[in-house]
Design a protein around this ligand. Structure first.
Ligand SMILES: Nc1ncnc2c1ncn2[C@@H]1O[C@H](COP(=O)(O)OP(=O)(O)O)[C@@H](O)[C@H]1O
Ligand SMILES: [Mg+2]
Length: 257
């Protein structure tokens, strides 16, 4: 049974058709990769799902409920968490406070000022911090709770981002290039973490450039090029698909030019 079903999602920016008739189905406990050359429309799909960009057409169904038109914070509350391609953290408050801000936003306690200024000092604040600590434990950053994100290695900053995405009661996780820019050890840690989240039953939509990772952990792979889905199947199936091979060869040629 699908938890996330996307039907004919489309978006153009002026004359550019960034996404056209995008369809996909993601099930709980499944890792569904979304791949394609740069500019294919992958991040735009994520932005459309979260309604950071308004779709021209299409439906985003979470457990059958259409989310299109809901404000982004409502979509988070419904259970869709995401990370961004670039790290977006408050660099000058602690790791714990960064996650606490996300917990607070998800629960709409409205205690942002207290978190940022003074740390835990009320029952409500304490409960928010406790939840933040639980999420930090999941991503393996308990020992970094009091550090400032700007002092952490890049791989750990990305895990703080992930912790923030997990701060809502998340059912579907959208990960936009979670290992890009990481060294092999950091990538491996992230990979294990993604697999552990799958084991918790989360449905994961993963944009990832590292083919070894994609082929190693995905149940289903959807391939986009120029805004459209050009192939979908198991990793083995898409690997041998002519259209996929030529899309990637085209990208290599452009990169050399
Ligand atoms: N907000 C925007 N305004 C105008 N063009 C955009 C915007 N976001 C993305 N695009 C364009 O849409 C296309 C798809 O971009 P994107 O979804 O970021 O690709 P990918 O994540 O697959 O690399 C690109 O040509 C990009 O320049
Ligand atoms: Mg992108």
């Amino acid at each position: 049974m699908a938890i996330l079903e996307i039907k004919r999602l489309s978006k153009s920016f002026g004359g550019l058709q960034a996404v056209l008739d995008f369809n996909c189905v993601v099930k709980p406990g499944e890792i569904h990769a979304l791949i394609g050359p740069n500019g294919a429309g992958k991040s735009t799909v994520f932005n459309l799902i979260c309604n950071l960009i308004k779709p021209d057409a299409g439906e985003v169904l979470l457990n059958g409920e259409n989310l299109v038109g809901l404000p982004p914070h409502r979509i988070t509350e419904k259970g869709i968490g995401r990370t961004f391609q670039n790290v977006r953290l408050f660099k000058n408050i602690s790791v714990r406070a960064n996650v606490a801000v996300a917990v607070n936003a998800a629960k709409r306690h409205g205690i942002l000022q207290s978190i940022v200024r003074s740390g835990p000092n009320s029952a409500l604040l304490r409960s928010v911090y406790e939840e933040a600590d639980q999420v930090l434990e999941i991503v393996g950053l308990t020992h970094r709770a009091n550090s400032l994100p700007k002092n952490l290695p890049y791989g750990e900053q990305k895990r703080v981002e992930l912790a923030r995405a997990l701060a809502c009661p998340v059912k579907v996780l959208l990960l936009d290039e979670p290992t890009t820019g990481m060294n092999p050890t950091e990538s491996e840690t992230m990979l294990e973490l993604i697999q552990s989240l799958r084991q918790r039953g989360l449905a994961i939509l993963l944009v990832e450039h590292n083919m070894r990772i994609v082929m190693g952990i995905s149940d289903v792979v959807t391939v986009m090029n120029f805004g459209q889905v050009i192939a979908e199947g198991t990793p083995m199936e898409v690997c041998s698909d002519e259209r996929v091979i030529s899309a990637y060869l085209g990208e290599k040629r452009n990169a050399r030019a």
